[in-house]
Ligand binder design. Structure first.
Ligand code: SF4
Length: 109
């Protein structure tokens, strides 16, 4: 018989359980304070056994706030954009040599 109550979830092994939530959802009054809070949270994530599960989940649900899997919201947006990049159609590269007035002048001579 399937018993979901006894199944473990990756978050059961999160080492941030019991940590100060303000660290993971930094609200600073200046850039240095925000950076210090982010770095403190990331230092905890760096030792977390479920960091990849946590990051995968945050990317999957598009978690817009807080530190998850050792990343800031901006870092996760970057990861999502770069992961989607190969699917985008690449535009041709157009190389422009010289300027138009030079070629007109050369053909007139
Ligand atoms: S990776 Fe960081 S935010 Fe995620 S569960 Fe671990 S300590 Fe918490």
């Amino acid at each position: 018989m399937h018993n979901e109550e006894n199944e473990e979830h990756w978050s059961d092994h999160a080492i941030c359980r019991g940590a100060d939530p303000d660290l993971f959802f930094p609200i600073g009054y200046s850039v240095p304070v925000l950076q210090a809070q982010e770095e403190a949270a990331k230092a905890i994530c760096a030792n977390c056994p479920v960091v990849s599960d946590c990051l995968s989940w945050a990317l999957k649900v598009g978690e817009p706030d807080g530190i998850w899997g050792g990343t800031t919201p901006e870092e996760r947006r970057y990861l999502r954009r770069t992961a989607e990049a190969p699917a985008r159609k690449r535009l041709p590269v157009i190389v422009v040599r010289g300027d138009a007035s030079e070629s007109e002048h050369a053909s007139a001579a």
